[in-house]
Design a protein around this ligand. Structure first.
Ligand code: NAD
Length: 473
């Protein structure tokens, strides 16, 4: 077993830290890796390397940056299956999902950023002849979670490199292995030393020293709203930019005469993908009372058809990613039962063919009311809540009553009505009739779901400062 070095200033170095973190395979509960837990001294070394690299890297040409991103992308594609194996091992994604979605999402974001960069113009002129320049913001701290680990890292590293920024990445201590492979790829692609640095550690050990650091110009964070608040507070005294992609409690509204079996399948796909561990996962479904029984029956059938198994078996659902999450999800299932919701399928007991691992059955609650904990709090597991409504306006009010505002879903037989409902949802993204995500469109949330946008051209803007040069023309 290995105690991982950190990647600082273009080399793998021993940590100053003496502490370690155990990385656990959630399917077997076996320790698979010993990770060094950084201290503030490691943070200082990594930040200093990034700061020193900035003056040179920020000035390299747009063409050179495009070429660098292309080289990285080619290596990401080449090592796709190796990355997929690491992700499946560290956070339990079914191997098919890891190979076909989790790992390729990294190269998809790099490919999209290459296209954005090719069209990017760093200078413009106002009607009064003032030059407006866009410049890289500086040295960035990038902090990511475990659920789509490479995806979330790539949505930060690709635009930061494209913008001309330098960075310190602190991936999730629960799923760090894919980040280590990415560091190897960036090294091989020739990213200049100090531009990208990788350290590991818990939020408790180094979160504050990284996010409050005087030489960090921007923090880009994806994770829980709880940690997002702590990071905002830690960063506030130095007025650094803080971009936050946080939790969600996405609602879907089914309205009008829809094809019940098709909609039910899309509802189950949107809520159960990655064992429900997606920030934008569908978690609450609002169905008109006259359609409720029919849709409910179809959803139960789709849920019961899902397989739960060891990740190598390519099931529909692997385990949830870690012990704390497992305990939390089971607690929510119990809370649903205790609060009087109807358990329609699933539940807190282990699937009978499995003996250990953090496996949770696809679980569906009916007759959920807006006041129940399971209808309000982010569960982040394979648990779906069905709610009845009488009037569309009431359904929209319930959807918007959440403190979160990441994604919304609408199923409707009339396109104009669907767009009209989407316009009334207070969320950063809305999926109409099962439409998926688009890597060129902005990704992010309203309210407690965050304050920035990632992906595509909007994602690049996060890493840029604007400068007005009056009298420039
Ligand atoms: P988490 O907030 O516990 O941890 C995320 C990362 O932040 C980890 O690297 C962790 O070490 C670090 N961290 C924790 N406390 C910190 C602190 N005080 N200072 C600095 N860093 C700190 O979240 P998680 O359990 O890894 O991920 C699940 C959460 O992430 C869910 O709430 C989910 O909704 C959210 N999420 C949001 C998005 C999005 O784009 N909106 C995407 C994925 C996950």
């Amino acid at each position: 077993m290995n105690t991982q070095q950190f990647y600082i200033n273009g080399a793998w170095v021993d940590p100053v830290s003496a502490g370690t973190i155990e990385v656990v395979n959630p399917a077997t509960q076996n320790v698979i890796y010993q990770l060094a837990n950084a201290t503030s001294s490691d943070v200082d070394l990594a930040v200093s390397a990034a700061k020193n690299a900035f003056p040179h890297y920020s000035l390299i040409s747009l063409n050179e940056r495009v070429e660098l991103l292309e080289d990285i992308n080619a290596l990401l594609i080449k090592r796709n299956d190796e990355i997929a194996d690491a992700i499946s091992l560290e956070m339990g994604a079914p191997i098919s999902l890891a190979r076909n979605a989790q790992a390729p999402s990294g190269s998809q974001h790099f490919a999209e950023m290459i296209e954005v960069l090719k069209k990017f113009r760093s200078s413009s002129t106002t009607s009064n002849g003032t030059f407006v320049r866009k410049e890289p913001i500086g040295t960035c701290a990038l902090i990511t979670p475990w659920n789509w680990p490479l995806n979330q890292i790539a949505t930060k590293v690709a635009p930061a490199l494209a913008a001309g920024c330098t960075m310190v990445l602190k991936p999730s201590e629960i799923a760090p292995l894919d980040a280590i492979i990415l560091a190897e790829i960036l090294h091989e692609a020739g990213v200049p030393k100090g531009v990208f640095n990788l350290i590991h550690g818990t939020g408790a050990s180094i979160g504050n020293s990284l996010t409050s650091h005087k030489d960090i110009d921007m923090v880009s964070f994806t994770g829980s709203t709880r940690a997002g608040i702590a990071i905002s507070q830690s960063a506030a005294p130095s007025i650094k930019r803080v971009a936050l992609e946080l939790g969600g409690k996405s609602a879907g509204i089914v309205y009008g005469k829809v094809d019940a079996s098709k909609v039910a399948q899309q509802i189950v796909d949107s809520s159960m993908l990655n064992s429900g561990q997606s920030c934008n996962a569908l978690t609450r479904v609002l169905v008109a009372s006259d359609q409720y029984d029919e849709i409910c029956k179809e959803i139960i059938q789709c849920m019961q058809a899902l397989s739960v198994d060891m990740p190598q078996q390519s099931p529909n659902l692997g385990p949830v990613s870690n012990a704390a999450q497992y305990k939390k999800v089971l607690g929510f299932i119990q809370s649903g039962i205790d609060s009087g919701a109807t358990l329609l399928t699933g539940g807190a007991d282990m699937p009978s063919h499995l003996e250990k691992g953090f496996f949770v059955k696809p679980t569906l609650f009916g007759d959920v009311t807006p006041d129940m904990t399971i209808a309000r709090e982010e569960i982040f597991g394979p648990v779906l809540c069905l709610m009845k409504y009488q009037e569309l306006s009431a359904a929209i009010d319930i959807a918007n009553a959440s403190e979160y505002g990441l994604s919304g879903f609408v199923w409707c037989d009339d396109h104009d009505n669907a767009v009209n409902i989407a316009d009334q949802l207070r969320t950063g993204m809305v999926h109409l009739n099962g439409a998926g995500l688009d890597a060129s469109a902005p990704f992010g949330g309203y309210k407690m779901s965050g304050n920035g946008r990632e992906w595509g051209a909007f994602g690049l803007e996060e890493y840029l400062e604007c400068k007005s040069i009056y009298g420039g023309a």
